[in-house]
Structures are given as structure tokens and as C-alpha cells.
Design a protein around this ligand. Structure first.
Ligand SMILES: *Cc1c(COP(=O)(O)O)cnc(C)c1O
Length: 410
């Protein structure tokens, strides 16, 4: 696509009233007043609920839906989601505590992550959650612990797949990786597992995230099931659980399109029909960003406005210390703007090009670069869309010791 044709993602999920952007019927100016300060993150419960309903409607009915807490671990939000999904995926002791506070039973909580400490393994074993084994040394430690504790662990084996997926924002499989156990080593590991006193459930195959191409996603899911078929031949009994990853992306940048969920659902349904050996198996899709990403806003306030050699700078009280991803420093190779707006001037027609920067003393602290927006100044609110996932907890809040951002679920 030519650059000129790449219009920015249209944000329609938040309505506008009296020129002000609203979250769950409350104007953001009112939310700012109630919290008592800016910057803050606000998440819309209704949008999260309707996103999960859309997923349920589109995906094959036998598919179980899990939420990956790392995308957004705010306790109230995780509690809300836990009433709507089939399970939670955690990756640390801290996330285990959050999951324990939610309404998901232990057997539907799955613990992934390379480098699990002995303490984490011990706690996971005691609470009965499913432990996703990422290395042979991890397996050995868990087996010894479970013998000492006289408790049988429930485990899955995380596989480092031998296929690569095109078009993922972040690839997590194929080639040499710290995640999971290489496909080639699985036969031997299955043998060890089957000889031990464990409740072996099956495999977890995660190939990547933030993918916006239906064909690539379906190809990855097909490769995942092919691999699961190959690997289950090394198991003496049919596997009972297969986590096929997730990877569904959301649009962030000019030219990005929303995924066609119906095509993914029907395509996946057809793929699953080709693997009748998994009819009795719990097949899980795990999503973070796709569930919460579009339901969140980051709101900060303009502190200063100044001109420098022909360019207008709007300087806000928020930036990369709260929202590393929007600044472009969370894995972007070429910096692009997240969709932004002036939340209290939604329909103003007097526009100008401005650079929106945060208060940090580094040129990396940019929220929008020469973007056309309604003319704004001190006291106006800059809103960053698509901020529900990988926002606050994926940011270096302590850098430069500014105040912390607020967080509300409405
Ligand atoms: C990060 C992660 C996810 C969530 O990825 P999203 O892009 O937020 O959907 C799911 N599973 C595993 C194993 C992960 O590491």
C-alpha cells in the first residue's frame, strides 16, 4: 500500500458526548475529576465483555478460552474477565496471587514462563495449578519437589515448535528459543514424564503474538495441530489438553486492519475437523491483547505548549514512563504513532500538526510525531487508544520519579 493511502485506524469503540470522549458513559473529564489527577489508564468493562462474547460466537464451540494475565494484571480487570473465560494463564508468583483472587479454579490456571524459581514451582505444586514445563531441569526440580511433598503435579510440556510464523509482531517459536523444549527433544521428555508420578495432560505450543493476517494465523494453527499429531504419537495415551497459543492482533498503526474473527473461527473449525484424534481433548486458545487491548485508554494532560523552529510541541505529564509501548520503545523497530486524540476537543475543526512529547529528559519520550489534531494547549487531555494491554505494567514507572499513573475499570 502507498503511504498516502494508509489512513489511521478508525476508533469507534468510545462514544463522544458534548465534544468529550466517554468511557462506559462517563466523560473522561469527569473520570479525571473523580480520580483527582492525571495521567491515568481507564478500562471499559463493557468492551471487554463484548469482545469475549464475539470470540465465543466466532470460535468453534469446543475451544476453551484463556486470558493471559501478563497483558493486563489489574486485579479488578482480571476478576471481571475470570467470570467470562475458561481459564487464566500466569507467568510469575505475582500473577499467581492475582489469579488466586479471581474466580477461576486452580486446575484451569496454567503457569508458563522460562526460569521458574523453586519457590514458584513449590507454590504452584501446592495450589494444584497446571505447570507448563519449559525445560528438562525444570522438570527434574519439580519431580524431586513433588516426591518430597507427596503431591502429584499436573503438567503440560511447552514445545518450542519447529515451524516459524510469518507476520507476527513478536515471534516466540521456531529456531533457537529460550521458551519451551525443542520438538526434537520431546520424545525423550515424554518418556521421562510418563515414567514419573505426574498427571501429564498434554502440550502447549505457542508460536507468537500480534498477528493481523487471517491466513498466517490459520496456517500457524494448522502447523500447531500437525505438530501435536506428531508429538502425541510418542505418548502412550491420548493427550487430554492442547494449548494452541493465540496470537490474534489488534490494529495499532496506519494501514492496520481489524482481524476478521468469523474467518478465523470458521477456518479453525475446519482445521479441527481434520484432527478427530483430538475430539476428546481440551483445546485451549490463550489471548491477552485481543481481549483487553482495545478496551483501554491512557489519558494525560498537556502541561506546556511551545514552538521550536517551526514545529509545535505539546508537552504532557505522561509518556514513556507509563506507556512504553506508545512511545515506540517496547520492541518497535521503526517508531509509529499509536492512535491518539485530544479527548476534550473531539469535534473541534481548528486543526494543526503537533509533536506530543512526555515530560522525561530523553528524546525517546514521544507520544505522537507531527500528527494532525485539534489545536490544543495546557489543561487539555491527550488520549492514547489501544492501551488496554502492555501498558502500565510494561513500562518503567520509576524512571525519572514522576507520580504514578492511576488505573480504573469502569
Ligand atoms: C504473552 C503471551 C500470551 C499473550 O499474548 P497476546 O499477544 O497478549 O495475546 C499468551 N501466551 C503466552 C505463552 C505468552 O507468553
Amino acid at each position: 500500500m502507498k503511504k498516502s493511502q494508509r489512513t489511521h485506524v478508525k476508533m469507534r469503540q468510545f462514544p463522544v458526548r458534548n465534544n468529550v470522549l466517554c468511557v462506559n458513559d462517563t466523560p473522561i473529564t469527569e473520570i479525571a475529576r473523580q480520580i483527582g489527577h492525571t495521567p491515568f489508564y481507564v478500562y471499559d468493562k463493557r468492551l471487554i465483555t463484548s469482545r469475549i462474547q464475539e470470540l465465543r460466537k466466532a470460535l468453534p464451540p469446543q475451544l476453551q478460552l484463556h486470558y493471559a494475565i501478563k497483558a493486563n494484571p489489574m486485579a479488578a480487570l482480571v476478576n471481571h474477565i475470570s467470570t467470562l473465560v475458561d481459564g487464566l494463564d500466569i507467568a510469575s508468583l505475582g500473577e499467581m496471587r492475582i489469579a488466586e483472587g479471581a474466580s477461576t479454579s486452580a486446575e484451569n490456571v496454567s503457569f508458563s514462563g522460562p526460569g521458574k524459581s523453586n519457590e514458584e514451582l513449590r507454590e504452584a505444586l501446592a495450589s494444584g495449578i497446571t505447570i507448563n514445563i519449559e525445560s528438562q531441569w525444570e522438570l527434574q526440580r519439580l519431580l524431586r519437589m513433588s516426591q518430597d511433598a507427596g503431591k502429584v503435579p499436573s503438567i503440560t510440556i511447552r514445545v518450542n515448535p519447529d515451524f516459524e510464523v510469518i507476520g507476527s509482531g513478536m515471534r516466540m517459536g521456531g529456531g533457537a528459543r529460550p521458551f519451551g523444549i525443542d520438538t526434537e527433544k520431546i520424545p525423550q521428555v515424554v518418556q521421562e514424564v510418563e515414567a514419573a508420578n505426574v498427571n501429564f495432560l498434554g502440550f502447549h505450543i505457542y508460536w507468537g503474538s500480534q498477528n493481523l493476517c487471517v491466513e498466517h494465523i490459520l496456517a500457524a494453527q494448522k502447523s500447531t495441530l500437525d505438530l501435536a499429531r506428531r508429538l502425541s504419537q510418542f505418548c502412550s495415551k491420548p493427550i487430554r489438553l492442547l494449548n494452541i497459543g493465540g496470537g490474534l492482533g489488534i490494529p495499532y498503526f496506519p494501514g492496520d486492519q481489524h482481524l476478521d474473527l468469523e474467518s478465523i473461527g470458521s477456518g479453525l473449525g475446519k482445521i479441527l475437523q481434520q484432527y478427530p484424534e483430538f475430539n476428546e481433548c481440551n483445546i485451549i486458545i490463550e489471548l491477552g491483547r485481543y481481549i483487553v487491548g482495545e478496551a483501554g485508554l491512557y489519558v494525560c494532560e498537556i502541561i506546556d505548549r511551545k514552538e521550536s523552529r517551526g514545529e509545535t510541541f505539546l508537552i504532557t505529564n505522561g509518556g514513556l514512563h507509563h506507556h512504553l509501548a506508545a512511545s515506540g520503545n517496547f520492541g518497535q523497530i521503526i517508531r509509529k504513532d499509536y492512535p491518539v486524540c485530544i479527548g476534550n476537543r473531539m469535534q473541534d475543526s481548528n486543526k494543526e500538526k503537533a509533536v506530543i512529547v512526555g515530560p522525561l529528559c530523553t528524546p525517546l519520550d514521544i507520544l505522537a510525531n507531527k500528527i494532525e489534531l485539534p489545536k490544543a494547549g495546557p489543561g487539555d487531555l491527550v488520549v492514547v487508544y489501544q492501551s488496554g494491554a502492555y501498558g502500565l505494567t510494561a513500562s518503567p514507572q520509576d524512571f525519572l520519579s514522576h507520580p504514578r499513573a492511576g488505573e480504573v475499570l469502569l
